[in-house]
Each structure stands twice: as C-alpha cells, then as structure tokens.
Write a protein that binds this ligand. Structure first.
Ligand SMILES: CC(C)(COP(=O)(O)OP(=O)(O)OC[C@H]1O[C@@H](n2cnc3c(N)ncnc32)[C@H](O)[C@@H]1OP(=O)(O)O)[C@@H](O)C(=O)NCCC(=O)NCCS
Length: 194
C-alpha cells in the first residue's frame, strides 16, 4: 500500500508499509523523538540491532508495520502485532508513535485507519492497545477512537529508566472502531484527507 494524504496543516504525507530499506531512516526517526516520548516504549529503539529485529519481524507475519514519510523522512511509525497463537488469532495489538513536530495534525488517526485496514485484511476481530499511565496523549487518542479501558495492571511495566508504571490495557472490536473512525474523519473541514 502507498497512500498520499494531507495533514490538518496541509503537510503532504505518504503512508506505506515498512521495508528493509527503512533501517537507517527508522533509527533517525527514533533518535529524533523526545526523551519523554521514547521513555515509555517497550524496547530501546535507539539500538541498531533492535530496529533490525523490528524490521525482520515484518517478514515473519508477526507484525505489520507502517511508516509515514514527509520529505523523505520517517515521521510516524505504526504497528499491528499478531500473536500467531490459535487462542488469540482474532486479536491484534496496535502501537503508534508520531514525531513531536507532527503531533496533533491528525497523523495518528490516519495511521490508525491504515492499521485497521491491515487488521481487517488479517481477519482480526478485536484490537488492543497497551500503554503506561503517563502516556496521556495515547489514552486520549485511543479513547477518542472508541477504545475503552479494560484493565489496569498496577506497577507492571518499567520505563527505559527502570521506573515502574501501571500498564493500561484498552480494547475495542474492529467494527465499532471503523464506525468511530468514519465519524471522526467526517467532522470538521478535514474531510479532504479521506
Ligand atoms: C499518541 C500519539 C500517537 C497521537 O498522535 P497524533 O498524531 O498527535 O494524534 P492526532 O493528531 O491524530 O490526534 C487525534 C485526537 O487524539 C486526541 N489527542 C491526541 N494527542 C493528544 C494530547 N496530547 N492531549 C489530548 N488529546 C490528544 C485528540 O482528541 C485529537 O484530536 P484533536 O487534535 O482534533 O483534538 C502521539 O502523541 C505519540 O506518538 N505519543 C508518544 C508515543 C505514544 O504514547 N504512543 C502510544 C503507544 S501505543
């Protein structure tokens, strides 16, 4: 897939699947993130071997990854993870990161929409997102997109500095998510990006 879209501030963006060519641009993207945004990621994505592994996972079917490109640079990264286990084959996990200068321009929503399309194509019926308590923007966007908080595991995960935080699990079925997305994109004068 290769989508040409426009953000709220009219920045032109391409959303496409990640490829093996994206190793160096991905590293540059993760290094450009603020410490605050990077602190709550699951893995230390400033390490080359970690980013290599992320890209390799795309070839195994365990993850589908999308990148958003502006002027040749990666500005957002989104993942749909599929567990591959029979008992969870109907569930996908979604992860999303947008570079600071491009936040609040609707890119997170556009990335989520393309990840939903991948989820539907993979026969996913339900999507979960997991985040740490301080990830306020993440809780806001996923609530806005129809997810509900399902569970809180107190002090369950550690940030990159080793500090423990509650892990919040949110979930929603894919049909409801698609309806919320359509509503979201049809409000305001931002419909041109559809
Ligand atoms: C969470 C994140 C992906 C949102 O991306 P984004 O491109 O800024 O989101 P959008 O512009 O599409 O926002 C859509 C809606 O979500 C809500 N939202 C997003 N960021 C918000 C914030 N900081 N505070 C409050 N609401 C917010 C708003 O309702 C917003 O709509 P509005 O701008 O019309 O009010 C981004 O903030 C990010 O990468 N954070 C760091 C990494 C992270 O926490 N990832 C989630 C882990 S799964």
């Amino acid at each position: 897939m290769h989508k040409n879209l426009e953000l709220k501030d009219h920045t032109e963006v391409v959303i496409r699947e990640m490829t093996t060519e994206d190793l160096d641009p991905s590293l540059a993207f993760f290094e450009s993130l603020s410490e605050a945004d990077r602190a709550y990621l699951r893995r230390d994505v400033t390490k080359r071997e970690v980013v290599e592994r992320r890209i390799a996972e795309c070839g195994t079917g365990a993850a589908r990854r999308l990148v958003a490109i502006v002027d040749g640079r990666i500005v957002a990264d989104g993942t749909l993870e599929l567990s591959g286990e029979d008992w969870k084959e109907h569930v996908g996990e979604l992860r999303l990161i947008v570079a600071g200068p491009y936040q609040r321009q609707g890119l997170g929503v556009l990335m989520a929409r393309e990840l939903y399309r991948l989820a539907i194509a993979a026969s996913v019926e339900e999507i979960v997102v997991k985040m740490m308590r301080p990830q306020i923007a993440a809780q806001s966007i996923f609530k806005r997109l129809g997810f509900r908080e399902e569970a809180v595991l107190p002090d369950y995960v550690k940030d990159l500095e080793g500090k423990r935080h509650d892990m919040i699990v949110m979930r929603c079925d894919i049909d409801a998510l698609w309806r919320e997305m359509e509503d979201f994109l049809s409000t305001g004068d931002w419909q041109r990006t559809r």
